[in-house]
Design a protein around this ligand. Structure first.
Ligand code: B12
Ligand code: SF4
Ligand code: SF4
Length: 322
């Protein structure tokens, strides 16, 4: 059954699929410690969901197995290190504004949501009577943990799930089911070794240590999850990132050596999200924003936060008067 499920997942376009038996999260203590340290900032939903993340069997009645998928979204662009002086995505006014690659196409929640539903229906066909539930990003599912348990890769020091042949520019999608499926072996090796490039390259020093990110200082959190205005410190931390941040993945040798451009038609590059004009974005009306970005990841922070981000990037690009 497991082999047939993986075959169907590959036919649907998933780059890799593994199966984990649902058990208590072996890293529940790490999650507790991370939350207690305040590293989740204002993402209070992570506190509310903690019991389910610590024991994913509680997410769905009678759940036994997790079918875990990876989808490659890499666009073959390793943005330069901020100190390298190399320019990227210069908009019409010559202002450099960067967007994390996972957002360069249509909203992955929609694309993968549909694809996971098709996989779920294949599972119900292969295992008659089985029930299923699909998750991508939203929901109380410890996705990276399950991917590691399903043998898909290890958790890097940057906290990303790294697949040994795909790298880390992947989305994780999960189908939970009450079917008893033959599970894969967890990926036990830690292939980071003595490397610490991601920790040293983070522009805001957001890593307290290996696999310990204080989200409050992470540009991804600031530009996507943070609500309200930026403090002066936060505005400066954002630098030229208008949405998300890729630095701790761009420098990872596993991406530099192994990541290959996606050929997935669901994740074709859309210029208006991949390289937005910060000036134009900073003055968009509600209607214009919905028209241009309603079906993209920019809709999560929404118009006001994106205008705030654009204004911060523009401010950071202006010559400083001393
Ligand atoms: C909240 C969140 C964020 C927050 C906090 C990030 C963080 N590091 O926790 C913010 C907004 C900052 C964020 C940023 C990003 N995110 Co995010 N995020 C999430 C979300 C919704 C929950 C993650 C979470 O629970 N964090 C709390 C920490 C403590 O839990 P954890 O990350 O699961 O870590 C577990 C393991 O590390 C394990 N563990 C600890 N020590 C050890 C040691 C070993 C040996 C092992 C095996 C395990 C282990 O214990 C932890 C608890 O179970 C997930 C989706 C989901 N439902 O899981 C997406 C998710 C993790 N994000 C994702 C992405 C793509 C990103 C960004 C790359 C986006 C971007 N380019 O801007 C950045 C990357 C930043 C980074 N380096 O982590 C992807 C990651 C895919 C992948 N291949 O890993 C996910 C899985 C969404 C998806 N479905 O694809 N994100
Ligand atoms: S996403 Fe950027 S800011 Fe966040 S931890 Fe990685 S390098 Fe640092
Ligand atoms: S940059 Fe180095 S330490 Fe960081 S995740 Fe990649 S291999 Fe691991």
């Amino acid at each position: 059954m497991s082999i047939e499920i993986k075959r169907r997942a590959a036919a649907l376009g998933f780059a890799a699929t593994g199966i984990a038996r649902l058990e208590k999260n072996p890293h529940a203590a790490e999650l507790d410690r991370w939350l207690a340290a305040g590293h989740a900032g204002t993402m209070t939903y992570l506190h509310r969901q903690a019991e389910k993340r610590k024991d994913p069997r509680k997410i769905m009645p009678h759940a036994r197995s997790a079918v875990v998928t990876l989808t490659n979204y890499f666009h073959a662009d390793l943005s330069p290190h901020p100190d390298s002086g190399k320019e990227t995505n210069a908009g019409s006014e010559g202002v450099r504004s960067r967007v994390a690659q996972y957002a360069w196409s249509s909203d992955y929640h929609d694309v993968l949501g549909d694809r996971l539903e098709q996989l779920a229906s294949a599972i119900r066909e292969i295992v008659p009577g089985a029930t299923t539930r699909c998750y991508v990003d939203a929901g109380p599912v410890p996705e990276r943990e399950l991917a590691q348990l399903a043998g898909l890769g290890w958790i890097g020091k940057n906290m990303m799930l790294i697949h040994p042949e795909l790298g880390s520019f992947t989305f994780i999608g999960v189908v939970l089911t009450d079917a008893e499926l033959e599970a894969d072996l967890p990926f036990e090796a830690d292939r980071c070794g003595t490397c610490r490039r991601c920790l040293d390259a983070c522009p805001t020093n957001a890593f307290v240590g290996p696999r310990d990110l204080d989200a409050r200082a992470c540009i991804s959190y600031l530009t996507i999850e943070h609500r309200g205005e930026f403090s002066d410190t936060q505005r400066a931390q954002v630098g030229d990132w208008i949405f998300g941040c890729d630095v701790c993945q761009d420098v990872c040798p596993w991406n530099v050596s192994f990541a290959r451009a996606t050929t997935d038609p669901g994740f074709e590059r859309r210029p208006e999200v991949a390289a937005p004009d910060a000036h134009a974005l900073s003055v968009l009306s509600d209607d214009q924003f919905d028209r241009h970005y309603g079906d993209t990841p920019f809709s999560r922070p929404g118009r006001n936060a994106m205008r705030r981000n654009a204004a911060a990037v523009l401010g950071n690009s202006a010559p400083r008067v001393t």
